[in-house]
Ligand binder design. Sequence first.
Ligand code: IVH
Length: 713
Amino acid sequence: MARRDKSETPVDDLAEKAAKAEHARLEAEIAAHDRRYYQEDAPTVSDAEYDRLRQRYNAIEARFPQLRTLESLTQRVGAAPSARFAKVRHAVPMLSLDNAFAEEDVVDFVGRIRRFLRLAEDDEIAFSAEPKIDGLSMSLRYEDGALVTGATRGDGSEGEDVTVNVKTLKDIPHRLKGKNVPAVCEVRGEIYMTKHAFLALNKRQAESGGQIFANPRNSAAGSLRQKDPSITASRPLGFFAYAWGEMSQMPADSQSGMIKWFEQCGFKTNPLTKICRSVEALLKFHRAIEAQRASLDYDIDGVVYKVDRLDWQDRLGFVSRSPRWAIAHKFPAEKATTVIKDIEIQVGRTGALTPVAKLEPVTVGGVVVQNATLHNQDFIKGIGGNGEQLREGRDIRKGDTVIIQRAGDVIPQVVDVLLEKRSKKSEAYRFPTKCPCPLHTDVVREQTATGEEGARARCTGEFACPYQKIEHLKLFVSRRAFDIDGFGEKQIEFFFEEGWVKEPADIFELPKRNAQIKLEEQEGYGETSVRNLFAAIEQRRDIALDRFIFSLGIRHVGETTALALARGYGSWQAFHDACLKVAKGDEETIAEMDALDQIGETVIEAIKAYFGESHNRGIVERLTKQVKILDAEKPRANSQVAGKTVVFTGTLEKMTRDEAKASAERLGAKVSGSVSKKTDYVVAGPGAGSKLAEAKKLGVAVLTEDEWAKLIR
Ligand code: IVH
């Protein structure tokens, strides 16, 4: 069982009103984690913590069934697909598996099947027992033996079309082997990355300043969901077939028969798969696979038991969104004991101070671990309360013997401190009040959205703090920003220490200044590599607006937000003007920015702070002199409403406010929250009040929802 967060009321003690609020809160939190996990490949919590949230959510629904709606997470599988790929509707939904954690859960599972099929105690049930691969599930559709579509699971009903990418995997045949294959075959299974390939990939990514993945599963997902299939091709991905979707004809009548057939067709299937004929055999299989877990070169998070006979599978059917005929028997998180040699404070790009435990190296689940995150000062003091997993009543000190846990993630967590091993002389850890950067600025605690003191501490030096400067430079050259070939984290550190690159604009001055620097005389450089580096720098002087905005390192402005801003403003000039006005507190510009899709108060506050700082404005000004920022593609600039400013007010009956906003923006209109002389149209639904009155006063065109629909058609 996952631990309860100390600040949470047990579900059994929740009154209905509190349960309703908690259910809504968890739903939003889980949805945000799903988005980060499925669409951004960048989860921020461990699997164990995620499972804990889901279990609490399920427990609330079990106690208060009236809270369950069609929208409930219990009624959905996975997260909605990301918008980058075309959507594919699965002919047969891709469902999920129910979980068993304890041995009793397996006994219950088999008992349920026996009762459902009205089998006697001594009737044998054969199960196909298989490792549960921790990758991402994939549906491959073959028509007349040829691969036509490869789709991710997405939300179970609709996934993403990644056909061109899956075709680069050597484990995925483009054509099914054998004669007389059924006209339609959907082969399903798991795409995974081996542990050693994952570690090597992260090493390369770190060197080139690329994205670092949290675990092999995320790196497999990130590698597959690339716009450029040659990137997928360069990543070593494997595939195990274990299930199917639509089949025009069944080539076997058992799960094990289907697995054999997959092999004949040219697929790899998992070699550890085994037939088990009793609960004892299933549990023995679970123990045996768990014992091998660390030595396998791919991550698994449990085993799956499936009723082997397909006619029984058909009779058993599904409950909600999982089959009654299968269950995933999960493994507990992998743990190890080690000693904290030191506690280091790392300063991130935005000045956030993160304490990191430097560990006596130890192997957990086949991976050597030397660091563990300690999150923040409250976690170290043992007063976390925000979901981290340290055992109650523990604080963390230098020299402590601790238990660390790796739950699907490579960054492990400290979960317990062995107090009996603590030295009598040990002292409580004192979190620094000054930043470790040479400025030694005061450390402040961040404020939460509600104005309370947050757990995170920050250096107040901003870009004057060398750590923040260097972290910003690393982001600047990274693949997601300027993506300068041959300019990764290592090079930034070197150029920064030498004093050649102190801010982004300096990078573009390098070729000119090389007469003094003489880079070709530095170790690791020669004439050719210097020429290549400078050519790569020159090549990046033209930059897309969204990348440019992202590369500025404004807090809370990630790639998605940068894209939304770029689309909203179209040109650097327009965006920059708006930022300067926002920094001065210009209400109209703030309302305009706020009205953009995906932009809210947090981003606006961050833009205000960034452009309110003269040092930052200088950095931006010097940089813009070096580069040419390309306008964002204005979607459908030829539409009737392109370039117009629209305000929606009152109740819209045909679409939601968000939909209206998104469709207007897609057509190149700017949606604003307030009416001014610059407004071109006010679309007013029933109940419109002051904005409608203002529009009439200013003589702005007022449209009904239908008139608006006609205009944009
Ligand atoms: S069977 C109807 N077998 O686990 C269920 N799934 O939690 C079909 N998985 O979405 C799935 N190894 O991504 C099955 N041997 C295995 C598996 C497996 C990993 C994943 C799969 C699925 C998830 C369900």
